[in-house]
Design a protein around this ligand. Structure first.
Ligand code: BES
Ligand code: ZN
Length: 639
């Protein structure tokens, strides 16, 4: 890709640099030192010509100005002759760009191209024949979609401010100028200055204690895609859970978090037994404030987690199994572009379920998989046909559009179906080799297909409809089916209740048997109660819902998964007495998976729409930009 430079003519530069990033056809399977180029319609960068190999980041975090001041020093590897290095930016203000080693730098020209929706702008830098170091001096602006600057009131301790980042899918470019494609892997160091009373942690080697001067040095020695660069700054404490494994969070949450996540060392052990050694030395989890827009994010060495995982009964730990599994699928073997997102998430959901089976048994693992399968089935009804393919086409779209249960659950059930047909033992051997052969590399769906054929399918006489799974809509007929007797039982209970039966009285005493107690909440695990709520009619008499609340206390229960489904049913049924609980929940929790169905229900019901909007206006600023963007869209909100 060649750009016509008109350096120094800033007014013209916008138009000129709005290069068409799809202009040049690139060889599909081109792979250079782990960098696969030509696949990624979500990056302007020219990583097929020159790519970042290593980044030294120097940043100063200013909470008063809500600004990060930084220098991103990129060490480049040149793959082709070029006079331009192109980076992605979306928000940062570029102050100057220099070439050369730190301290021996000379300024160079750059131009910033026209913005494109979702992607931001190309930052094109003029380089010499021998350029190795490119240093970009910048500061973030309020348009940094990755950053959540939190005032003290929104934290648990309410005394100190907090900042955390969310890089996936293409938000790292909103706080660091980078080549923003997952197809390129880099190592990094960071020197970070923060207010002295706060501690900083990253997806890298981390401190266990606060530094009195607020200065931290980080190193990530294994090459990672830039969406995994992450930072959190707050009043943090660390507690170990075992060898190479522990928890960071605010002191107010640390003991509850340690109790909830006590099984983490066992999970790491189970995962290593399945698919080979953990490659990142340390595995820690940081429990962030409630505004974190996801349940978990697999930042290497340091999973970011939402406090809703601290359910009080260890019922949400499958999310940690999921993020841990990403240490293999996603972080070790990475999707080459967001069209191949299922390679990250489908494998991870499959792997997560295997870890859960190892630790808690098949019955529990099957219930978890069924809950997800139900979500897939209902989502398949609302998605456009193309979006139900595993291999997606997200060009010109927000890559977050691919974050549906198709990538996650259809992806996982593809692997479950392969496991069924080829046998667990053979499939496990295949997967272990897959992770080994592609460690620290990126992969396209096409490369996976070839690898699957060469290393599994062609070695047997078994026929398998791989193309149908990868490239056709919906669910193939041979999809693996799960049944759960425990779910069938609770679904019957739901149907009985819907038919007017009193399910709360003590069952009749049977001859010679012990009298069974009346129905209680703790007789079933939260996943069974989720299945119960899902088996009720979509809309019910509010009096009947009040009866459930009286007997089982769903509205007061701290389990966010159950609460969300309960609130949606309550909103659809005009069960308005529990509005205070709903408001308290959506004021506090910023996890998009919960906010989206609740606000959708509020928006879709004419008698709750204006109330929903009122609440949203009040609490919108409590959320991370990722959730705000989705909800503004849903609610047609303009500030
Ligand atoms: N990597 C994802 C989160 C993500 C995906 C963020 C795409 C931005 C873009 C993470 O591993 C994830 O899937 N989290 C899930 C939990 C999981 C158990 C399904 C979540 O947050 O709900
Ligand atoms: Zn995931």
């Amino acid at each position: 890709m060649k750009l016509n430079f008109l350096f120094g003519i800033a007014a013209l530069s916008l138009a000129i640099a709005s290069c068409d990033i799809d202009a040049e056809p690139l060889n599909k399977d081109q792979s250079i030192n782990g960098a696969v180029s030509g696949h990624d319609s979500h990056s302007f960068s020219n990583t097929d010509e020159i790519r970042t190999k290593h980044l030294d980041l120097e940043i100063d975090v200013d909470f008063e100005k809500k600004t990060i001041y930084g220098v991103a020093r990129h060490r480049m590897e040149r793959l082709k002759d070029t006079d331009t290095a192109i980076f992605d930016i979306n928000g940062p203000e570029i102050q100057k760009v220099t070439l050369g080693k730190k301290g021996n730098e000379k300024e160079t020209d750059f131009i910033i191209g026209a913005p494109e929706k979702y992607l931001g702008q190309p930052l094109s830098i003029k380089i010499d024949k021998n350029t190795e170091y490119i240093n970009i001096y910048y500061k973030t602006t309020e348009n940094a979609g990755a950053l959540d600057w939190m005032d003290p009131e929104l934290t648990e301790g309410k005394k100190h401010p907090y900042l955390y980042t969310q890089g996936q899918a293409i938000l790292t470019r909103t706080w660091i100028p980078v080549q923003g494609t997952p197809a390129n892997r880099i190592t990094y160091t960071a020197d970070v200055t923060v207010p002295a009373e706060l501690m900083a942690v990253m997806s890298a080697s981390n401190p266990k204690e606060r530094n009195p001067e607020g200065k931290y040095h980080f190193e990530m020695k294994q090459p990672i895609p830039v969406y995994l660069i992450a930072l959190a700054v707050g009043n943090l404490e660390y507690k170990s859970l075992g060898e190479n494994c522990g928890i960071y969070t605010e002191p107010e949450m640390i003991d509850d978090a340690v109790w909830e996540f006590v099984d983490l060392p066992k999970m790491i052990h189970a995962a290593e037994n399945l698919y080979g050694p953990y490659q990142w030395e340390q595995y820690d989890v940081i429990v962030l404030p409630y505004s974190f827009p996801f349940g978990g994010m697999e930042n290497p060495r340091l999973t970011f987690a939402n406090p809703t995982l601290i359910a009080g009964d260890r019922s949400a730990v499958s999310v940690l199994a999921h993020e841990l599994a990403h240490s293999w699928s996603g972080n070790l073997v990475t999707n080459a572009s967001w069209n191949d997102f299922w390679l990250n998430e489908g494998f991870t959901v499959y792997f997560e379920n295997r870890i859960m089976e190892e630790l808690y048994g098949k019955e529990v693992a099957d219930m978890l998989a069924l809950i997800e399968f139900q979500e897939l089935q209902s989502e398949l009804e609302s998605l456009s046909e193309e979006d139900t393919h595993l291999k997606l086409e997200l060009k010109k779209r927000n890559p977050d559009d691919g974050m549906t249960s198709v990538a996650y659950v259809k992806g996982a059930f593809f692997l479950k179906t392969l496991e069924r047909d080829f046998g667990r033992q053979r499939f496990d051997t295949f997967l272990k080799k897959y992770f080994k052969d592609h460690a620290f590399q990126t992969l396209t769906t096409e490369q996976f297909k070839k690898y699957l054929n060469d290393n599994l399918i062609s070695q047997t006489n078994i026929k398998f409809n791989v193309d149908e799974w990868l490239y056709k809509p919906g669910l193939p007929k041979n999809c693996f089916a799960i049944s759960s007797p425990r779910f069938e039982k609770i679904q019957k209970l739901a149907r009985d209740f819907a038919n007017g039966k009193d399910i709360f009285k003590k069952p009749a005493k049977k001859k010679g048997k012990k009298q069974l107690p009346a129905l209680k909440r703790d007789q079933y695990v939260p996943q069974e109660w989720q299945a119960f709520i899902r088996a009720l009619p979509k809309k019910m008499d509010p009096k009947r819902l009040a009866l459930i609340d009286e007997k089982l206390g769903f509205s007061k229960w701290g389990n966010a998964e159950v609460a969300t489904e309960w609130y949606v049913l309550a909103i659809n049924s005009n069960y308005t007495e529990i509005r205070p609980q709903i408001e308290a929940f959506i004021s506090r929790v910023g996890r998009r998976k919960f906010l989206l169905p609740i606000y959708t229900a509020l928006h879709d019901n004419p008698s709750s729409r204006s109330w929903g909007m009122e609440v949203y206006k009040k609490v919108r600023n409590n959320y991370h930009p990722v959730s705000i963007m989705t909800l503004d869209d849903l609610l047609d909100y303009t500030s």
